[in-house]
Design a binder for this molecule. Structure first.
Ligand code: ADP
Ligand code: MG
Length: 398
């Protein structure tokens, strides 16, 4: 059984500071932290002006940063052995490739927004699994953004957080070249501990939805299928195009304005199914919020399962590994389960009575062995807090 622990913030802060010192031969000035996320429900709704309901994971990325006297930028990570070095003027466009583009992109976007970002040394480390659909990319961007904002002396206000969301989104789309609808950066910057974050992409408002899971004797189990979802590949973009086509054929600015009866006007059967997923998924998010607020967890679980079926059959973004997790988890005692994230691999989320957690994990592991799938990894998704600075531990050198 493979469980990914979130790690203690104290230990992780010390790790990223000592990593920074080893690579750059001095101490960092600030350390930023930003969480990964898992979406309870509401998939592919963000770019359709819809609703989604993610929460911040206890698993986070830490970025240690120090300013330089010159215009150089050096970027290194404990997770990827591929440091990058360049000049402040060459942070955007095609001048950076690979993982460092997520970091360089944030610095570029902050400069585009008019901030005087100096030359920097940046070192990152953390416990968010990479490429598992748990948004290590936004965790990376946001950890760097909050650290650099502190160096720039910017005051931590809701407005600043929204500006940083914007900068991180620009980094991911315009520099890293991965399309993103904004859910990941929004929850990383605005989540509250103990709650999910209802995001309405029609007007970009957010509202915390407290999750009284422990009181109900429930836990959220995330299972990483370890099937790479590679968002930069074509599946995501193709779904996005289908949704745009549906909205345009219906004469709507987005599918948020559509209802089920309208969809009969769509001639193409595939486009109709894509739109049906979006329309029903947005309703399911609203209904899930009501059920959570009423403490009706079996109803939440029903929405999980309906959401999974919609993504499997109408939106066609599931895969055999995800379907296996969902089916096995429910057979082993989960109330509900669904694939989560952009799809084509990545993770599933299950709502599980605490006393059934071990049994569910074991059953999923056994089902993966039986199907000759790669062993999955599991983690507990206890709703955690948004990005912020961490108190630097005592200097590592004196
Ligand atoms: P997800 O966001 O679901 O984890 P993405 O494909 O959007 O998947 O982003 C994963 C990519 O983000 C990695 O392949 C890597 O390029 C980059 N990344 C994320 N976290 C780190 C890290 N700690 N160190 C280096 N690169 C990272
Ligand atoms: Mg990502």
């Amino acid at each position: 059984m493979s469980f990914v622990e979130p790690g203690s913030p104290g230990d992780l802060t010390r790790d990223v500071q000592s990593g920074f010192s080893t690579v750059f031969g001095r101490d960092p000035a600030v350390v930023g932290r930003a969480p990964g996320r898992v979406n309870l429900i509401g998939e592919h709704t963000d770019y359709n002006a819809g609703l989604c309901l993610p929460l911040a994971l206890p698993h986070a990325t830490y970025a240690a940063v120090a300013p330089r006297e010159d215009d150089r930028v050096r970027i290194a990570s404990r997770q990827v052995d591929q440091p990058w070095e360049g000049r402040l003027g060459a942070l955007g466009g095609d001048s950076v490739s690979g993982w460092a583009a997520y970091v360089a992109g944030v610095l570029w976007a902050l400069r585009e927004a008019g901030h005087e970002v100096p030359g920097l040394d940046v070192y990152v480390d953390g416990t968010v699994p990479l490429g598992a659909g748990l948004s290590s990319s936004a965790a990376l961007e946001c950890s760097v953004a909050v650290a650099v904002a502190e160096l720039l002396g910017l005051q931590d206000t809701p407005e600043l957080r929204r500006d940083l969301v914007e900068a991180c989104m620009r980094a991911e789309t315009e520099v890293a070249g991965a399309p993103t609808g904004g859910m990941d950066q929004t929850v990383a910057m605005l989540a509250e501990a103990g709650a999910a974050l209802l995001i309405d992409f029609a007007d970009h408002t957010t509202r915390a939805v407290p999750l009284a899971l422990e009181e109900a004797g429930l836990g959220l189990l995330v299972t990483d299928t370890r099937v790479s979802h590679a968002l930069v590949d074509g599946g995501y973009a193709a779904r996005r195009r289908d949704c745009e086509q549906a909205a345009s054929e219906l004469g709507l600015s987005s599918l948020r304005q559509a209802d089920l009866t309208m969809l009969d006007r769509l001639d193409d059967e595939r486009i109709r199914r894509r739109a049906r997923h979006i329309v029903t998924e947005i309703d399911r998010v609203a209904d899930t919020v009501s059920a959570v607020e009423a403490g009706d967890w079996p109803e939440v679980a029903r929405h999980f399962l309906a959401s999974h079926v919609s993504m499997r059959d109408d939106f066609e973004i599931s895969c055999p590994e995800l379907d296996t997790v969902v089916q096995t988890a429910v057979e082993a005692g989960a109330l509900g389960s669904r694939m989560t994230g952009g799809g084509f691999g990545g993770s599933a989320i299950s709502l599980v009575p605490l006393e059934r957690l071990d049994a569910v994990v074991r059953a999923v592991d056994a089902a993966f062995v039986a199907a000759s799938f790669r062993a999955p990894a599991h983690l507990r998704a206890d709703p955690s807090s948004a990005a912020g600075l961490v108190q630097p531990a005592r200097p590592t050198s004196r």
